[in-house]
Structures are given as C-alpha cells and as structure tokens.
Design a protein around this ligand. Structure first.
Ligand code: FRU
Length: 519
C-alpha cells in the first residue's frame, strides 16, 4: 500500500510541475489557477498564466469561436511571442488550449522567429491546397518577426495550416508568403471577398502610417491592390489594421466598410489607442468618406488596443464582433497582476450610426452577456449597493440641475473610481487617480474623458465592472471608456453622487457569474 502511495506521489509530482521557464520546450498548459487571485477578471478572458497582448486569428469555425493571442509561454512580460489559443461556444466561456504556433529558432542561421499578430481564415474550399481532397481547414496568416541577439532584422508575412480545428498547426514550408524586405511590415488581417471570390489582406507599414491591401487566390501568392494613408492620427506608428464590413444600426442588412487602425490615444501619444475610417471598398481600393472628418477615435479609455473582428461569423447572424486587448503599452508590462498579465475586453457588436456629422461606430457588449446575469437585481437604492466585484449597472439620468453626477465605485477608505458626467464640458469622465494601486507606473493614474451630449436631456451609462476592468458604454455605445483599476479592498460598493444640484436617476445592478469556476 505504501509503495502504491509512493508511486502515486511521484506520478502526481511529475504531471503537476509548472511550465519550464526556458525557451525551446513549450509545455502543454495545465490549468494551474483557480481564477480567484486578486484582480483576476471573472467574465473577461485572461490567459491562465503569463503575458498576453493582442487578440489574433479571431475566427468562427465549425461551431467554435477561436481566440488566438500574442502570448509569452515563458514569462509574464512581453517576449518569445507565440500564438496562445482558446475556444468558446458563446464568446464568454473559454477553454484554454495549448500554444498553437510557437516561436522557433532556425538551426542553420540561429535566427529566431517570433509569431507576431495576424489572422485566421476558414479555407473551406481548400484554395490553399493544404488539405485532403474535398476538405478544408484553418489557415493562419501572421507576421514572422525575425531577430538575432535581440536585434530586429525583418518582418514578413507567413502562413500555417491546421486540419484539426486549430489544435495543431504546420508552418508552410515555403514561408514567407509576402516579403517586402522591410524592417517593419506587420499584422496581416485576411478575409474572403465574396463578390470576386478572392482573399484580401490588409497589412501595415507602421512607421509610414500606411495600410496596404493585397489579394490572393490561394493564400500563398499575394499581389498589391492599393495603399491607404497617411490620414487622421499619425502621432504614433500604425498597427493591427482591420478592413471589415459593419452593419448599419438602423438597418443591419445594409453595410459599409470600416478600416480600424491601432495607433495613438485621443489624449496624445503617451498612450496607445485606436482610430477608424468609414468608407467603401470596391475590391481593390478603400475610399474613406469625407476625408476631412478624421481622426475618429474608437475608444476614450486607456485600456483598449489592437482590437480586431472575428472572421467567418455566419451571414444570418449579421453581426460584426470586435475584441480588444484591455491594456496599454505605456504601463502594461508593470500592472500588478500575477501570474498572468493582461485580459481581453468584452467581445463587442459594432454598428454604424448615421449622425448629422456622418457615420459613427457604436459598440455594444455581445448579447450573450445577458445570460451571465445573476437573478438578484437591485433597483435604485438610495445609498450603497454591494454587488461583489463582478457586476453590471445600468444608470440613467433623466433630469436635474446638478452640474456633475454619476457613480462611484468605492474600494477602500480613501479609494474610489468615479464615473461621472460633466454637464458644462459635455463629457463622461472616469477618474482612476484614487482607484487603488496607481503607483506602479507614472503614466497609470489618469482621468479619461469621452465627449457625450445629453439626449433629450438624458444620459445612459451601461457599466461593467470585473475586478480590475471597467467598461463604460455611453448612450447605447456611442462612445466607450475601458480602464483597468487595481483596488486594495476585497469588497466593492457602488453609490450614486451628484454635485451642485439635483439629479433624477434610475439605477439597476446585476451581479455577474464567473465564467471560470468549474465546480
Ligand atoms: C501591437 C503589436 C503588433 C505586433 C505585436 C507583437 O500591440 O505591436 O503590431 O504584431 O504587438 O506582440
């Protein structure tokens, strides 16, 4: 019996050992956390452990949503970039899978190739010829970032394919498939352009503030179609382009083309942020409407970047779904979380709203999120609500004389995050300067400001609080503020405030279930 226990102990000790922290041997990710660590989001995606940045290869394929992401298998800062992988049936409950495409080292040259951001397509007609006759599979298109002794040599576009629903990928033997001999050339987003039965890739030359569009019949040979830019915000390099059709809010059977670009924040280039262009794509060229209206910003929070949309969402669904990285390069590698670093935003449905100024993006959390609401609903309490650390609040201001009003998330004696409206400035603000641990980086304490007009005297705030992530959808998603906070308290409370007069409001609060607890 003792011998048996001994053997059992040895077997357990071997199988539960943590991943080896050295390049060369990527271990299969065992789930080693319980998702109850301080700051761990309950209903936002975060990697089981280690560093994550951009979402990559967002794809719906054979009933599963795929989320690949920039991942360091060896530590919780940026490095050894590889594609992490998770799958979901509802965009909210994710199952972690092993690293899909790993960094590798060329034995002959000693060059190391990191797998930078890119996309994935469902090659259902086997245009690439990678799959057995009459079958298809997933093809990933990514930037191979070649470096030696930490010196960046070049970036070009490569592909890898999987015949088993993204579980295992094979790198194409004739990579790269697109090489312009540029040091910076990255983040290919490929989609199927149905009218001409061809693939189209958007990709950027970051330091030239340019997007380029290429086309291919087989994903292996690419021809230049056109270029776009510089236009709008050029205060910071351009990354992660995404050219995609977005439905109109008042008639989702009609669509327009939008080009999303990750670059600078509306408050200036200390922080990264995102802009977008609305226009038409004729299969060759993207033409923005009203070129003088740019820049248009997608977000006013500090923690929203590298957002791209899912490929291959079923037509009948009619949705365009966007997912972003909820962190900022300014301080992202120093946020006080462990052993993981970074989360994704909520997946968002995007639409175009026709306004007197032109078409504008509106964002809404995916409708699936409603299923995570717990039964207990709190209505308009004067005083405090104690909704836990994962909750949703709908706050509606209908009238009043107050100069400022809104919500406070109280997380300690002198700790609070304020989400408010400033009538004079006509803006929603989120003040995280006293939100808890703000000292880990000098650029972290900040106040975000999003333009917002009262509509018939009313203001709506749809707020999601998830431990260290706050997302505020303003007036049905006309603008959004996404911010991280790192409070010290184990309990959060929510309270309304008003300054300089009265405010007539309505508040509903729901606790939100964790998507991670497996009991
Ligand atoms: C954006 C980015 C991409 C690049 C990736 C590397 O955050 O800089 O341009 O492919 O991250 O991890």
């Amino acid at each position: 019996y003792l011998l048996f226990l001994n053997i059992l102990f040895i077997v357990c000790a071997c199988t539960t050992k943590p991943p080896v922290e050295s390049p060369g041997s990527v271990t299969t990710d065992t789930v080693i956390t319980r998702y109850s660590e301080p700051y761990r989001p309950a209903f936002h995606f975060s990697p089981d452990h280690n560093w994550m940045n951009d979402p990559n290869g967002l794809l719906f394929y054979e009933g599963e949503y795929h989320l690949f992401y920039q991942y360091n298998p060896f530590g919780n800062k940026w490095g050894h970039m590889s594609w992490g992988h998770a799958v979901s049936n509802d965009l909210l409950h994710w199952e972690h899978l092993p690293v899909a495409i790993a960094e590798y080292i060329d034995k002959a040259s000693g060059d190391s190739t990191m797998i930078f951001s890119g996309s994935a397509v469902a090659d259902v007609n086997n245009t690439s010829g990678f799959f057995p006759k009459d079958s298809g599979g997933i093809v990933a298109i990514y930037t191979s970032h070649i470096h030696k002794n930490n010196q960046q040599l070049t970036q070009h576009q490569s592909i890898a394919y999987s015949a088993d629903r993204g579980r295992a990928f094979t790198r194409y033997e004739n990579n790269p498939v697109l090489d312009k001999k540029l040091k910076d050339f990255r983040d290919p987003k490929v989609f199927w352009y149905a009218p001409e039965k061809k693939w189209v890739m958007s990709v950027v030359i970051p330091d030239k503030f340019k997007a380029q569009f290429y086309t291919s019949k087989n994903l292996k040979e690419w021809t230049l179609l056109s270029e776009f830019g510089p236009l709008g915000d050029t205060a910071k390099i351009w990354e992660c382009p995404d050219l995609v059709e977005v439905p109109l809010l008042d008639d989702s059977s009609k669509k327009k083309w939008v080009l999303f670009i990750s670059n600078s924040h509306p408050q200036g280039p200390t922080y990264v942020g995102m802009q977008y262009f609305v226009g038409n794509f004729d299969g060759k060229k993207f033409t923005p409407e009203n070129p003088t209206q740019y820049p248009l910003y997608l977000e006013y929070g500090k923690d929203f970047y590298a957002a791209v949309t899912f490929n291959n969402i079923p037509q009948k669904d009619g949705r365009t779904i966007l997912l972003g990285w909820a962190n900022n390069w300014a301080y992202g590698q120093d946020i006080p979380t462990s052993s993981w670093r970074s989360a994704m935003t909520l997946p968002r449905e995007v639409y175009l709203k026709n306004t007197p100024q032109g078409y504008r993006i509106v964002q809404k959390p995916v409708k699936e999120i409603v299923a995570l609401r717990e039964d207990s609903v709190h209505y308009t309490p004067p005083g405090k609500v104690f909704p836990g650390k994962a909750f949703e609040a709908e706050y509606v201001y209908t009238s009043g004389t107050a100069a400022k009003f809104g919500l406070k998330i109280i997380t300690g004696e002198d700790e609070q995050t304020i989400i408010g409206y400033d009538k004079k400035k006509e803006e929603v603000f989120l003040d995280r300067t006293k939100s808890g641990n703000v000292a880990f980086h000098q650029t972290f304490p900040s106040v975000e400001r999003a333009p917002a007009k009262l509509q018939n005297g009313k203001l709506k705030l749809h707020v999601f609080v998830d431990n260290s992530i706050i997302e505020v959808f303003i007036n049905d998603g006309e603008n959004v503020i996404t911010d991280q906070i790192f409070p010290s308290s184990a309990e959060y409370s929510l309270e309304q405030f008003k300054e300089g007069g009265e405010a007539v409001t309505n508040l509903r609060v729901w606790k939100i279930k964790s998507v991670w607890l497996r009991e």
